[in-house]
Design a protein around this ligand. Structure first.
Ligand SMILES: Cc1cc2nc3c(=O)[nH]c(=O)nc-3n(C[C@H](O)[C@H](O)[C@H](O)COP(=O)(O)OP(=O)(O)OC[C@H]3O[C@@H](n4cnc5c(N)ncnc54)[C@H](O)[C@@H]3O)c2cc1C
Length: 393
């Protein structure tokens, strides 16, 4: 006879561990998390972990704000260390994106977020070392910054264990079956579990688990590259996290002397289903990252390249996640397809999924736009009045 659980969560990244913690602490019953490798072995282990609230859609701003508040009180609320550093977040935009940035800042301020539009002079006051070539304006969030993906997921996992969730590593879910009874049979490499509810937080691999149930979820695995450079000794104190919408990249300080350099565009990388394999970035992408950084920070033309790595985005056609119940399979829920921006949302997604599983609804944000059915219905999320280029939407 199969063992039973009230809720099975599949995936031990920042999303699955956050969900398991919230379910366990809120009394969802017997909560089991299954992870085929180890905590943070997927995208979460490679994330740049930028924590910002600049989004064109209000539900995402609310979700990011929920996360920002949790990162601020992480030790008290969750326990452990998320590695959050409040260094500020600056978006620099070209002329044609000034109205969008202004609209986002207006939405943010309406939700109580400390966000302001900056003139070129004001940008120079905050970061005088930045070249303003092509920049028309900036949007500034002093309360944002960056954290640590692996540290955060491990802290959620530890908190979930303390709340009596059962976290099992090295257990792969091979099949889901809803054909008999009222539960979902979860077949794994270590036996079967009959679960009242199942939450899939298994990234790119989720599509393969859903297909036999007749549920289509188009996710493309896009391998992204990160270059890490050492700033020159003369540079001085770290800069804020900078999102450069003119050059389509970001610059994120790391410790006292390093900078992580990455691309904005969720499709800037190779489609590569071999997501479990560690791969080095191609030299062309390292050259792109370092050239962009040097042109924005002219004093850093000789910044030294230290290392590079890659990580995979689980990218959906509209670059937004599928969140909530799967209507055609009672008891099944998804939290996947974060398309390169899920880390900062993980605290809110934990809360939202636990709300939806336990109460059938949530008041954290209106998540109806993220319903999984939109992909087959062709009702993709668009960004009217949003950014034309595919990021920060
Ligand atoms: C290079 C890079 C930079 C990024 N930068 C940022 C950023 O600055 N800010 C931000 O907010 N986001 C960023 N992201 C995105 C963010 O990291 C991801 O959206 C987030 O980590 C996704 O977490 P997850 O838990 O959904 O997925 P994952 O961390 O991929 O976890 C899924 C887990 O499911 C497990 N799994 C899969 N299939 C099964 C199965 N059948 N059975 C059992 N377990 C299974 C996997 O082993 C994996 O551990 C970045 C991502 C990358 C790659």
């Amino acid at each position: 006879m199969a063992e039973t659980a009230d809720v099975v969560v599949v995936g031990g990244g920042c999303i699955g561990t956050s969900i398991a913690w919230q379910l366990a602490r809120r009394g969802a019953g017997r909560v089991v998390l299954l992870e085929k490798t180890g905590i943070a072995s997927g995208a979460t282990g490679w994330t740049s972990a930028i924590v910002r609230m600049h989004y064109t859609h209000e539900p995402l701003i609310k979700m990011a704000l929920f996360g920002r508040r949790m990162f601020e009180n992480f030790a008290d609320e969750v326990g452990g260390d998320s590695g959050f550093r409040c260094v500020g977040f600056l978006v620099v935009v070209p002329q044609d994106e000034v109205p969008t940035a202004r609209r986002v800042v207006g939405l943010q301020r309406g939700l109580g977020i400390d966000a302001t539009m900056l003139s070129l002079e004001e940008i120079a006051e905050i970061e005088p070392r930045l070249s303003l070539e092509g920049v028309a304006a900036g949007a500034w969030e002093p309360d944002s910054g960056h954290a640590d993906g692996s540290g955060t997921a491990n802290a959620f996992a530890e908190a979930a264990r303390n709340a009596r969730a059962d976290l099992r590593m090295g257990v792969e879910v091979t099949e889901l079956d809803r054909s008999s009874g009222t539960s979902i049979r979860v077949s794994t490499t270590a036996g079967d579990i009959d679960a009242g509810s199942v939450v899939l937080a298994s990234g790119y691999r989720t599509s393969g688990l859903l297909k036999p149930l007749g549920v289509e979820l188009p996710i493309k695995p896009v391998r992204h590259s990160i270059a890490v450079v050492k700033r020159s000794p003369e540079f001085g104190p770290p800069h804020p996290v900078i999102s450069d919408r003119i050059q389509n990249g970001y610059y994120r300080p790391e410790g006292s002397g390093l900078v992580l350099l990455g691309d904005h565009d969720p499709l800037e990388g190779d489609v590569d289903p071999d997501i479990e394999t560690d791969k080095q970035p191609p030299p062309s992408s390292i050259a792109r990252h370092t050239a962009r950084f040097a042109s924005r920070f002219p004093s850093e033309v000789d910044a030294t390249y230290r290392r590079g790595y890659t990580g995979t985005y689980d990218t959906t056609p509209d670059f937004q996640p599928a969140l909530g119940a799967v209507n055609t399979v009672p008891g099944l829920f998804v939290a996947v397809g974060f398309s390169g921006h899920g880390f900062k949302l993980s605290p809110s997604v934990g809360r939202i999924l636990s709300d939806v599983v336990m109460d059938g609804e949530t008041n954290v944000a209106d998540i109806s736009m993220f319903r999984i059915e939109r992909f087959v219905e062709g009702d993709l999320i668009s960004a009217p009045g949003g950014y034309g280029k595919r990021s920060l939407t």
